[in-house]
Write a protein that binds this ligand. Structure first.
Ligand code: AHM
Length: 335
Protein backbone atom coordinates (compact mmCIF):
# COMPACT_ATOMS: atom_id res chain seq x y z
CA UNK A 1 0.00 0.00 0.00
CA UNK A 2 1.35 3.42 -0.91
CA UNK A 3 1.41 5.83 2.08
CA UNK A 4 -0.87 8.77 1.36
CA UNK A 5 0.87 12.11 1.84
CA UNK A 6 -1.26 15.20 2.20
CA UNK A 7 1.09 17.03 4.50
CA UNK A 8 4.32 18.83 3.71
CA UNK A 9 6.50 19.43 6.77
CA UNK A 10 8.48 22.59 7.46
CA UNK A 11 11.69 20.69 6.75
CA UNK A 12 10.47 19.31 3.45
CA UNK A 13 9.24 22.73 2.39
CA UNK A 14 12.44 24.61 3.22
CA UNK A 15 14.48 21.88 1.52
CA UNK A 16 12.25 22.18 -1.55
CA UNK A 17 12.80 25.97 -1.56
CA UNK A 18 16.56 25.54 -1.15
CA UNK A 19 16.71 23.34 -4.23
CA UNK A 20 15.54 26.30 -6.31
CA UNK A 21 18.85 28.07 -5.72
CA UNK A 22 21.97 26.68 -7.34
CA UNK A 23 24.38 27.94 -4.67
CA UNK A 24 22.18 27.42 -1.61
CA UNK A 25 23.87 25.39 1.12
CA UNK A 26 20.78 24.58 3.20
CA UNK A 27 22.13 26.45 6.25
CA UNK A 28 19.10 28.72 6.42
CA UNK A 29 16.80 25.68 6.33
CA UNK A 30 18.73 24.12 9.20
CA UNK A 31 18.30 27.28 11.25
CA UNK A 32 14.56 27.41 10.58
CA UNK A 33 14.30 23.79 11.65
CA UNK A 34 16.25 24.55 14.85
CA UNK A 35 14.05 27.54 15.66
CA UNK A 36 11.03 25.30 14.99
CA UNK A 37 12.39 22.78 17.47
CA UNK A 38 12.91 25.44 20.16
CA UNK A 39 9.36 26.71 19.59
CA UNK A 40 7.92 23.21 19.93
CA UNK A 41 9.62 22.99 23.34
CA UNK A 42 8.25 26.44 24.27
CA UNK A 43 4.80 25.42 23.04
CA UNK A 44 4.80 22.44 25.38
CA UNK A 45 5.43 24.71 28.37
CA UNK A 46 2.96 27.37 27.20
CA UNK A 47 0.24 24.71 27.05
CA UNK A 48 0.92 23.86 30.68
CA UNK A 49 0.87 27.51 31.82
CA UNK A 50 -2.57 27.22 33.45
CA UNK A 51 -1.28 24.40 35.62
CA UNK A 52 1.36 26.60 37.24
CA UNK A 53 -0.35 26.29 40.63
CA UNK A 54 -0.24 22.52 40.41
CA UNK A 55 3.17 22.13 38.84
CA UNK A 56 4.77 24.94 40.81
CA UNK A 57 4.94 28.63 39.91
CA UNK A 58 8.04 30.66 39.11
CA UNK A 59 10.70 30.19 41.77
CA UNK A 60 9.05 27.11 43.33
CA UNK A 61 10.60 23.66 43.23
CA UNK A 62 8.51 20.94 41.55
CA UNK A 63 8.20 17.28 42.50
CA UNK A 64 11.24 16.37 40.43
CA UNK A 65 13.22 18.88 42.48
CA UNK A 66 13.55 21.28 39.53
CA UNK A 67 13.08 24.97 40.06
CA UNK A 68 10.20 26.31 37.93
CA UNK A 69 11.07 29.13 35.60
CA UNK A 70 9.00 32.02 34.38
CA UNK A 71 7.85 31.17 30.87
CA UNK A 72 9.64 34.05 29.17
CA UNK A 73 12.88 33.10 30.93
CA UNK A 74 12.36 29.47 29.90
CA UNK A 75 11.64 30.47 26.28
CA UNK A 76 14.78 32.59 26.17
CA UNK A 77 16.99 29.82 27.55
CA UNK A 78 15.57 27.22 25.18
CA UNK A 79 16.19 29.38 22.11
CA UNK A 80 19.71 30.24 23.19
CA UNK A 81 20.63 26.65 23.93
CA UNK A 82 19.09 25.22 20.74
CA UNK A 83 20.82 27.86 18.61
CA UNK A 84 24.11 27.36 20.41
CA UNK A 85 23.94 23.70 19.46
CA UNK A 86 22.87 24.54 15.93
CA UNK A 87 25.35 23.83 13.17
CA UNK A 88 24.68 27.20 11.55
CA UNK A 89 24.43 30.02 14.09
CA UNK A 90 27.30 32.36 14.95
CA UNK A 91 25.45 34.17 17.74
CA UNK A 92 22.16 35.55 18.98
CA UNK A 93 20.60 38.68 20.40
CA UNK A 94 17.47 38.46 22.51
CA UNK A 95 15.00 40.99 23.81
CA UNK A 96 15.63 39.43 27.23
CA UNK A 97 19.41 40.04 27.23
CA UNK A 98 21.23 43.36 27.46
CA UNK A 99 24.08 42.27 25.20
CA UNK A 100 24.56 39.97 22.21
CA UNK A 101 25.66 36.38 22.83
CA UNK A 102 28.50 35.42 20.48
CA UNK A 103 29.14 31.68 20.34
CA UNK A 104 32.88 31.16 20.53
CA UNK A 105 33.38 27.49 19.59
CA UNK A 106 35.26 26.84 16.35
CA UNK A 107 32.17 25.64 14.48
CA UNK A 108 30.06 28.68 15.37
CA UNK A 109 32.88 31.00 14.33
CA UNK A 110 32.56 29.52 10.82
CA UNK A 111 28.77 30.00 10.75
CA UNK A 112 27.49 32.73 8.52
CA UNK A 113 24.17 33.60 10.20
CA UNK A 114 23.10 35.39 13.37
CA UNK A 115 19.61 35.24 14.87
CA UNK A 116 17.63 37.85 16.82
CA UNK A 117 14.47 37.04 18.74
CA UNK A 118 11.83 38.07 21.20
CA UNK A 119 11.37 34.72 22.95
CA UNK A 120 7.86 35.29 24.30
CA UNK A 121 6.17 38.42 23.13
CA UNK A 122 2.99 39.57 24.88
CA UNK A 123 3.84 37.52 27.94
CA UNK A 124 1.48 39.55 30.13
CA UNK A 125 -1.29 37.65 28.29
CA UNK A 126 -0.19 34.28 29.66
CA UNK A 127 -2.27 34.62 32.83
CA UNK A 128 -5.47 35.11 30.83
CA UNK A 129 -4.84 32.36 28.28
CA UNK A 130 -4.68 34.76 25.31
CA UNK A 131 -2.36 34.11 22.37
CA UNK A 132 1.31 34.93 22.69
CA UNK A 133 4.23 34.35 20.37
CA UNK A 134 7.92 34.06 19.56
CA UNK A 135 9.33 36.47 16.96
CA UNK A 136 12.64 35.95 15.15
CA UNK A 137 14.77 37.10 12.25
CA UNK A 138 17.97 35.86 10.65
CA UNK A 139 20.78 37.96 9.15
CA UNK A 140 23.91 37.04 7.28
CA UNK A 141 26.80 38.27 9.41
CA UNK A 142 28.95 41.12 8.14
CA UNK A 143 32.03 40.23 10.20
CA UNK A 144 34.72 37.92 8.93
CA UNK A 145 34.10 34.16 9.06
CA UNK A 146 36.42 32.42 11.50
CA UNK A 147 36.05 35.18 14.13
CA UNK A 148 33.35 35.38 16.78
CA UNK A 149 30.48 37.54 15.56
CA UNK A 150 30.13 41.08 16.92
CA UNK A 151 27.59 43.85 17.52
CA UNK A 152 27.78 45.08 13.91
CA UNK A 153 26.35 41.75 12.74
CA UNK A 154 23.17 42.60 14.65
CA UNK A 155 22.90 46.35 14.01
CA UNK A 156 21.85 45.84 10.41
CA UNK A 157 18.96 47.42 8.57
CA UNK A 158 15.82 45.31 8.40
CA UNK A 159 16.07 45.19 4.63
CA UNK A 160 19.10 42.87 5.06
CA UNK A 161 16.97 40.22 6.79
CA UNK A 162 17.36 36.80 5.14
CA UNK A 163 14.36 35.23 6.85
CA UNK A 164 11.96 36.28 9.57
CA UNK A 165 9.03 34.70 11.28
CA UNK A 166 6.89 34.17 14.29
CA UNK A 167 5.30 31.30 16.12
CA UNK A 168 1.87 31.96 17.56
CA UNK A 169 0.77 29.89 20.53
CA UNK A 170 -2.97 30.23 20.05
CA UNK A 171 -6.00 28.02 19.46
CA UNK A 172 -3.50 26.13 17.33
CA UNK A 173 0.25 26.65 17.18
CA UNK A 174 1.53 28.08 13.93
CA UNK A 175 4.84 29.14 12.49
CA UNK A 176 4.74 31.81 9.79
CA UNK A 177 8.00 32.62 8.07
CA UNK A 178 9.07 34.92 5.28
CA UNK A 179 11.95 34.92 2.84
CA UNK A 180 12.26 36.80 -0.42
CA UNK A 181 10.38 33.86 -1.96
CA UNK A 182 7.27 34.74 0.02
CA UNK A 183 5.43 34.04 3.25
CA UNK A 184 4.18 30.63 4.29
CA UNK A 185 2.39 29.34 7.36
CA UNK A 186 2.79 25.95 9.05
CA UNK A 187 0.44 24.55 11.66
CA UNK A 188 1.82 22.30 14.36
CA UNK A 189 0.36 18.83 13.87
CA UNK A 190 0.54 17.68 17.47
CA UNK A 191 0.18 13.96 16.69
CA UNK A 192 3.44 13.85 14.72
CA UNK A 193 5.10 16.86 16.36
CA UNK A 194 5.77 18.59 13.04
CA UNK A 195 4.92 22.00 11.62
CA UNK A 196 3.01 21.25 8.39
CA UNK A 197 2.31 23.62 5.52
CA UNK A 198 -1.21 24.99 5.99
CA UNK A 199 -1.13 28.57 4.62
CA UNK A 200 0.74 28.71 1.33
CA UNK A 201 1.96 32.00 -0.13
CA UNK A 202 0.22 34.29 2.35
CA UNK A 203 -0.74 37.77 1.16
CA UNK A 204 -1.76 40.71 3.30
CA UNK A 205 -4.87 42.26 1.68
CA UNK A 206 -4.27 45.79 0.32
CA UNK A 207 -7.25 47.06 2.31
CA UNK A 208 -8.90 46.03 5.52
CA UNK A 209 -11.60 47.04 7.95
CA UNK A 210 -9.89 46.62 11.30
CA UNK A 211 -7.75 49.14 13.17
CA UNK A 212 -5.73 47.93 16.11
CA UNK A 213 -4.27 50.23 18.74
CA UNK A 214 -4.31 50.58 22.51
CA UNK A 215 -7.12 53.09 22.47
CA UNK A 216 -6.75 53.62 26.20
CA UNK A 217 -3.74 55.77 25.33
CA UNK A 218 -5.77 58.19 23.16
CA UNK A 219 -5.40 61.19 25.47
CA UNK A 220 -1.58 60.87 25.22
CA UNK A 221 -1.61 60.95 21.39
CA UNK A 222 -1.02 63.94 19.11
CA UNK A 223 -4.01 65.78 17.69
CA UNK A 224 -3.54 64.40 14.13
CA UNK A 225 -3.42 60.89 15.56
CA UNK A 226 -6.57 61.47 17.55
CA UNK A 227 -8.20 62.84 14.39
CA UNK A 228 -7.18 59.71 12.52
CA UNK A 229 -8.80 57.54 15.20
CA UNK A 230 -11.99 59.61 14.83
CA UNK A 231 -11.77 59.04 11.08
CA UNK A 232 -11.63 55.26 11.72
CA UNK A 233 -14.78 55.50 13.80
CA UNK A 234 -16.68 57.85 11.47
CA UNK A 235 -19.65 56.51 9.56
CA UNK A 236 -19.09 56.59 5.78
CA UNK A 237 -20.80 54.18 3.39
CA UNK A 238 -18.44 54.90 0.50
CA UNK A 239 -15.27 53.95 2.38
CA UNK A 240 -17.10 51.32 4.41
CA UNK A 241 -16.29 53.00 7.68
CA UNK A 242 -16.54 52.79 10.63
CA UNK A 243 -13.88 50.15 10.91
CA UNK A 244 -13.97 47.58 13.66
CA UNK A 245 -11.51 47.92 16.48
CA UNK A 246 -9.61 44.83 17.66
CA UNK A 247 -6.70 44.86 20.10
CA UNK A 248 -5.39 41.79 21.84
CA UNK A 249 -2.30 43.52 23.24
CA UNK A 250 -0.09 40.75 21.90
CA UNK A 251 1.74 41.90 18.79
CA UNK A 252 2.02 38.44 17.26
CA UNK A 253 -1.70 37.79 17.64
CA UNK A 254 -2.71 41.26 16.42
CA UNK A 255 -0.42 40.99 13.40
CA UNK A 256 -1.37 37.41 12.59
CA UNK A 257 -4.96 38.64 12.23
CA UNK A 258 -3.79 41.66 10.23
CA UNK A 259 -1.78 39.47 7.86
CA UNK A 260 -4.74 37.19 7.18
CA UNK A 261 -7.68 39.60 7.23
CA UNK A 262 -6.02 42.93 6.49
CA UNK A 263 -6.16 46.05 8.66
CA UNK A 264 -3.74 48.35 10.41
CA UNK A 265 -1.84 47.82 13.67
CA UNK A 266 -0.33 50.84 15.39
CA UNK A 267 1.90 51.47 18.35
CA UNK A 268 2.68 55.16 17.88
CA UNK A 269 4.75 57.64 19.80
CA UNK A 270 2.88 59.53 22.53
CA UNK A 271 3.56 62.47 24.82
CA UNK A 272 5.37 60.21 27.30
CA UNK A 273 7.26 57.90 24.91
CA UNK A 274 8.59 59.67 21.85
CA UNK A 275 9.53 56.33 20.24
CA UNK A 276 6.51 54.27 21.26
CA UNK A 277 7.01 50.97 23.05
CA UNK A 278 8.00 48.30 20.58
CA UNK A 279 11.58 47.29 19.83
CA UNK A 280 13.01 47.81 16.37
CA UNK A 281 15.25 44.75 16.26
CA UNK A 282 13.12 42.13 17.98
CA UNK A 283 9.57 43.14 17.05
CA UNK A 284 9.23 45.85 14.40
CA UNK A 285 11.88 44.67 11.92
CA UNK A 286 10.88 41.01 11.73
CA UNK A 287 7.17 41.84 11.62
CA UNK A 288 7.68 44.52 8.95
CA UNK A 289 9.73 42.07 6.89
CA UNK A 290 6.95 39.47 7.05
CA UNK A 291 4.21 41.97 6.24
CA UNK A 292 6.21 43.52 3.39
CA UNK A 293 7.04 40.14 1.88
CA UNK A 294 3.27 39.53 1.97
CA UNK A 295 2.60 42.81 0.11
CA UNK A 296 1.82 45.06 3.10
CA UNK A 297 3.73 47.95 4.63
CA UNK A 298 5.51 48.84 7.88
CA UNK A 299 6.55 52.39 8.73
CA UNK A 300 7.28 54.71 11.63
CA UNK A 301 5.16 57.31 9.84
CA UNK A 302 8.33 59.10 8.76
CA UNK A 303 10.36 56.27 7.26
CA UNK A 304 10.06 52.64 6.28
CA UNK A 305 10.89 50.44 9.24
CA UNK A 306 13.19 48.25 7.13
CA UNK A 307 15.29 51.28 6.08
CA UNK A 308 16.24 52.33 9.62
CA UNK A 309 19.90 52.02 10.52
CA UNK A 310 19.78 50.72 14.11
CA UNK A 311 22.01 52.50 16.59
CA UNK A 312 21.47 50.23 19.59
CA UNK A 313 20.18 46.76 20.36
CA UNK A 314 17.10 47.74 22.34
CA UNK A 315 16.04 50.77 20.32
CA UNK A 316 12.29 51.48 20.17
CA UNK A 317 10.36 52.93 17.24
CA UNK A 318 6.77 53.94 16.54
CA UNK A 319 5.05 51.58 14.13
CA UNK A 320 2.13 51.60 11.68
CA UNK A 321 1.90 48.28 9.90
CA UNK A 322 -0.50 46.20 7.85
CA UNK A 323 -2.58 46.65 4.69
CA UNK A 324 -0.73 48.94 2.31
CA UNK A 325 -3.62 51.31 1.55
CA UNK A 326 -4.68 51.66 5.17
CA UNK A 327 -1.13 52.38 6.33
CA UNK A 328 -0.62 54.95 3.58
CA UNK A 329 -3.92 56.65 4.44
CA UNK A 330 -3.02 56.80 8.14
CA UNK A 331 0.42 58.24 7.44
CA UNK A 332 -0.98 60.85 5.04
CA UNK A 333 -3.42 62.01 7.72
CA UNK A 334 -1.03 61.97 10.68
CA UNK A 335 2.34 63.23 9.37
P1 AHM B 1 6.17 42.70 26.19
O1 AHM B 1 7.54 42.74 25.55
O2 AHM B 1 6.18 43.14 27.59
O3 AHM B 1 5.49 41.39 25.97
O4 AHM B 1 5.35 43.85 25.44
C1 AHM B 1 5.15 43.74 24.06
C2 AHM B 1 3.67 43.80 23.83
C3 AHM B 1 3.28 43.59 22.39
O5 AHM B 1 3.09 42.25 22.12
C4 AHM B 1 1.99 44.36 22.32
O6 AHM B 1 1.70 44.78 21.01
C5 AHM B 1 2.22 45.51 23.25
O7 AHM B 1 3.21 45.10 24.16
C6 AHM B 1 1.02 45.90 24.05
O8 AHM B 1 1.32 46.99 24.84
P2 AHM B 1 0.20 47.79 25.66
O9 AHM B 1 -0.21 46.90 26.77
O10 AHM B 1 0.89 49.03 26.10
O11 AHM B 1 -0.92 48.08 24.72
Amino acid sequence: MKPERHLMTLDEFTFFQTKQFKNATGELSTLLRDIGLACKLINKQVNKAGLADILGAHGQVNVQGEEQMKLDVFANEVLISVLKNSADCAGVASEENDEIIAFDDEHSKQSKYVVMFDPLDGSSNIDVNASIGTIFCIYKRVSELGQTCNLNDFLQKGKNIMASGYVIYGSSTMMVYATRLGVNGFTLEQSIGEFCLSHKDMKCPDDGKIYSINQGNTCKLSEPLQNYLHYCMADDKETQRPYSHRYIGSMVADLHRTLIKGGIFMYPEDCKNSNGKLRLLYECNPMSHIIEMAGGKGTTGRENILDIQPSELHQRVPIYIGSKNMVEKAVSMIY
